[in-house]
Design a protein around this ligand. Structure first.
Ligand code: C2E
Ligand code: CA
Ligand code: CA
Length: 896
């Protein structure tokens, strides 16, 4: 691996770079040297040109000077010859001889001597004639002796002493021949002389003069590029000397390239030897680092990385790569440590009850702590859609909340949902989530969840408890008031009506007292169920407290609908409720208030319904009373009024006593009368004792009331006894009365005051009262019995006393409640009354049937062996005088 990576990565790149650098360097050097050589050549040519000019000019001047020197020497020789002293002929001959003698090394082709007036005196020339002619015409500087032969001469004019003729001039003509011109031409070059722009002679001869002219114009020489220069002939404007010289040849390309190339290659070699070897070494070290890190990245095992990183451990090595190596080792150790920390942390996390989860932006569960497995009881925790774990009904809630996080609307969210499991008890999870963006901006949701099933259920229970009655599970006041509030708002908007029905269970207290709270509780539960059975789902049944219930009918069409319902409810109660094998007859007093006719707000609705219920009770229980039907509804506060009036009524003796006869079944004759308190109020008319007796008990007026009734009743009885009637009188004794310490003494005082005996009096004690505090009551009753009073258990059948208790009380009479008598004509009622009668016989008790209203009832009761009968069939409770009159007239008839 290492070898491969070493070859494959850094080194080849290093080589490539080296090569590229040297190629570039080579190119640059080549270009520079090319450029330099071109510039040097140009410079060389320039220099060559100026040196050529200088040399040519010098050559020309030297030659001309040499010619002048020659000419001067000739002149001095001539003057030495003293030819001026000779005659013309001799002169001529001497000069000719002179020139002939000099012919061998003659420097000049012609010499002409003229006098001061330029008249030729002597001429030594082959072409003398032409020469002379031209000389006479031209200035004597330069002449051509013959246009055909195109010969050019250079004329040197020197003064010469002519003796008597004075000073003349000696003209020396030097012919410009190819040989002369060759003196002016440079090596390998040529020269050309032109006269008045026309080429006359060249150093190469005059045969190819035009060719030379062309070459001169084109600056070529023998078809090679050449340099040319033009020199003007001294003292002669018509004559020019052209010099041609081939250009020095540029160096061949390889000559230019070779030296830099050699330099580059040499330096490449040297650099490679020095730097390349070193870099190769470093590259190998870098590869070692790479291998170490790569191995660690793949295996995550530092022991596989450290062998590669070992060479860098030496602290002496202070180069960058060594430092990097050591830094990597440190880093790997750090990573190992933090991995270890993570592992420990995760292990600890797994111990938690809570689950820690991470969800990616696609909603996949990507990380989960051990707690998640425990919460979900699932084996494959990650990679799944998180939504799949959530109960279908809770998914929408989760999505909405998680979107708040994703859209940055919230920093964290609180969630609660059920798990989507097959388990029977669906676990509830609760937790917090927050959004996390990593450096790349990728979003994940992280959260901690815990199982809150237990506390959730508790919470549910608490909420339920807060709004429901603990015993019956029905709505409580709080929930009822809330529902009523909502319904009122709806009614207001929709212009509808609603009804509140106040229920009070008749005689519940007795049931509770006699059969115990457990039975009472069961009865309430059963009642709740029975009432609910009569209601619609939208109606609310609430337990108001104790034995009071309230029904809210949120949408009613009219009062009639409520009447139908209340009838239905009362009918439903006709069937006794079976609790622990006790058949409990139940009856209700119902008060109804309707919104908006009877009241406009919650409190008034409740209190008016309550009043109506109170009224129903006062009207003899087991009935419904509509607030709108109450005579005194305008004044509203009836009970308050009655309460306020009661004390006055007692004090002012407004309360009177009516008497209801009790008939002996066997003889058909009146056996006794029951004294029943009556109150006629000017404002409300007759107020039922069922209303004011409990009220007097509550207000602490029961003893006064009792005394009032007693005194009236005893007085009447005394009167009747005095008139010769034999009868006994039943007096109702309420619980407070019975347990009041003043009761027995007061009773005895009144008895004595009216000269009555205890055997004339039956004390009627309700069944529940007798059984409430059995020991205490028993004591009282035994005390009364000992005094000679007869004891009757009133309202028997509603108090659910047991046989054993009845036996203990040892009463004289049992008054079977009207509720049983009412149902005597059906089998069940019949059997029940029969059973009571049989039981009473077994206990040696006399039985009295209350509320006999029909003849059929009378006959059945008699046939069953009931001893005494009481009811409207015989007589209603009447004032004393009416009763006495009835006694005399119709008493016997009816009973018969
Ligand atoms: P109670 O002792 O059960 O009295 C009998 C009640 O039944 C009387 O009601 C009577 O008018 C009524 N009644 C009798 N025959 C019939 C019938 O054929 N049909 C119907 N529907 N009712 C019948 P009242 O007078 O309204 O008395 C109600 C209760 O008030 C009495 O029930 C008694 O518990 C109590 N009470 C009445 N006067 C006194 C009193 O002076 N002292 C005490 N402590 N309680 C009294
Ligand atoms: Ca009674
Ligand atoms: Ca009764």
């Amino acid at each position: 691996m290492f070898k491969k990576s070493a070859n494959g990565a850094a080194l080849p790149a290093l080589y490539r770079r080296f090569l590229l650098a040297f190629l570039l360097l080579g190119c640059v050097i080549l270009f520079m040297s090319g450029l330099r050589s071109a510039l040097t050549h140009q410079n060389f040519i320039g220099k060559e040109y100026s040196s050529l000019t200088e040399r040519s000019q010098k050559r020309l001047n030297t030659q001309l000077d040499a010619w002048v020197t020659d000419a001067k020497r000739t002149v001095s020789e001539l003057e030495f010859l003293r030819i001026d002293q000779l005659n013309d002929a001799a002169k001529h001959a001497k000069l000719t001889a002179f020139f002939t003698a000099q012919a061998e090394n003659r420097n000049f082709e012609a010499v002409v001597i003229t006098d001061a007036l330029h008249q030729p005196l002597y001429s030594n020339a082959c072409q003398t004639l032409t020469f002379t002619v031209i000389m006479s015409q031209e200035t004597m500087s330069l002449v051509s002796c013959d246009q055909q032969t195109a010969t050019l001469f250079h004329i040197i004019e020197l003064p010469i002493w002519l003796g008597e003729k004075g000073t003349g001039l000696a003209h020396f003509a030097k012919q410009i021949t190819p040989a002369t011109l060759r003196l002016f031409a440079p090596n390998n070059g040529a020269s050309l002389i032109s006269y008045q722009g026309k080429p006359i002679e060249s150093s190469e001869g005059n045969s190819r003069l035009d060719e030379w002219k062309r070459q001169l114009n084109q600056q070529t020489f023998n078809n090679a590029p050449a340099m040319s220069l033009t020199l003007s002939w001294p003292n002669d404007p018509h004559t020019t000397l052209n010099i041609l010289k081939p250009l020095p040849k540029a160096e061949p390309w390889w000559m230019v390239v070779m030296p830099p190339l050699i330099v580059v290659l040499l330096s490449l070699g040297i650099v490679w030897l020095i730097l390349g070897r070193w870099m190769e070494k470093q590259s190998v070290r870098v590869n070692l680092l790479w291998s170490g890190v790569q191995n660690y990245a793949i295996s995550q095992d530092s022991s596989k990385a450290f062998p590669f990183l070992k060479p860098f451990a030496d602290r002496e090595q202070q180069d960058d790569i060594s430092r990097l190596g050591r830094a990597l080792v440190r880093m790997i150790k750090d990573v190992d440590r933090s991995r270890e920390r993570d592992r420990i942390f995760n292990e600890t996390l797994a111990l938690l009850e809570e689950a820690v989860v991470t969800i990616d932006s696609d909603g996949n569960l990507i990380e989960a702590s051990g707690g998640w497995l425990r919460l979900t009881r699932l084996a494959t925790p990650t990679g799944e859609r998180f939504l799949g774990y959530i109960h279908p009904e809770d998914r929408e809630g989760w999505l909405l909340k998680s979107l708040q996080l994703i859209h940055n609307e919230k920093d964290n969210i609180h969630v609660r949902f059920r798990l989507n499991t097959n388990q029977q008890a669906t676990p509830w999870l609760e937790g917090r989530f927050l959004a996390h963006h990593n450096e790349a901006g990728v979003l994940t949701l992280r959260g901690a969840l815990r199982d809150v099933t237990q506390s959730y259920l508790q919470e549910q229970q608490i909420t339920h408890m807060a709004l429901h009655d603990a015993l019956t599970g029905l709505a409580n006041r709080v929930l009822l008031e809330d529902r009523l509030k909502q319904s009122l708002l709806l009614c207001e908007r929709n212009e509808q009506q609603l009804a509140v029905l106040f229920f009070d269970l008749d005689h519940f207290k007795q049931i509770n007292d006699s059969l115990g709270h457990k039975v009472g509780d069961k009865l309430l539960i059963a009642l709740g169920e029975r009432i609910s059975g009569c209601l619609r789902a939208s109606d609310t049944l609430a337990r108001w407290g104790g034995d009071e219930f309230v029904i809210l009918l949120p949408e009613i069409t009219d009062a009639e609908a409520v009447r139908t319902l209340s009838d239905k409810l009362i009918n439903a109660m006709q069937i006794p409720i079976l609790i622990d094998e006790n058949e409990l007859p139940v009856s209700f007093s119902i008060g109804v208030a309707i919104y908006p006719n009877d009241a406009a707000d919650i409190q008034s609705l409740f209190s008016n319904a309550d009043r109506a219920m109170f009224h129903a009770k006062s009207q003899g229980r087991n009935q419904a009373c509509f607030y709108s039907d109450m005579d005194y509804k305008d004044n509203g506060k009836q009970e308050l009024y009655i309460q306020n009036r009661l004390a006055t009524a007692i004090k002012t003796r407004q309360i009177t006593v009516h008497y209801q006869p009790i008939i002996d079944c066997s003889s058909g004759k009146p056996h006794a009368v029951e004294a029943l308190a009556r109150w006629y109020d000017e404002r409300y008319g007759w107020v039922s004792p069922a209303t004011f007796v409990p009220m007097a008990e509550n207000l602490g007026l029961i003893c006064q009331l009792g005394e009032l009734v007693l005194s009236q009743a005893f007085e009447t009885l005394n009167r009747w006894l005095t008139n010769g009637h034999t009868l006994i009188m039943a007096i109702n004794v309420s619980s407070r009365q019975l347990f009041s310490p003043a009761f027995v003494p007061g009773l005895m005082t009144e008895l004595a005051r009216h000269q009555l005996k205890t055997e004339h009096i039956i004390l009627e004690v309700t069944e529940s009262l007798a059984l409430r505090d059995v020991d205490h009551a028993m004591e009282r009753l035994q005390e009364l019995q000992a005094l000679g009073f007869l004891i009757a258990i009133d309202d028997f059948g509603t108090g659910h006393s047991s046989l054993a208790q009845l036996q203990e009380i040892n009463a004289d009479k049992l008054k079977i409640d009207r509720a049983f008598v009412m149902r005597i004509e059906d089998d069940k009622g019949h059997n029940m009354v029969k059973a009571v009668a049989n039981m009473a016989t077994a206990l040696h008790l006399k039985t009295v049937a209350e509320g006999v209203e029909t003849e059929a009832q009378k006959n059945l009761l008699c046939a069953m062996g009931v001893d005494y009968l009481q009811g409207f069939y015989f007589a209603k409770p009447m004032p004393a005088d009416d009763c006495a009159a009835w006694w005399l007239t119709s008493g016997d008839e009816k009973a018969g």
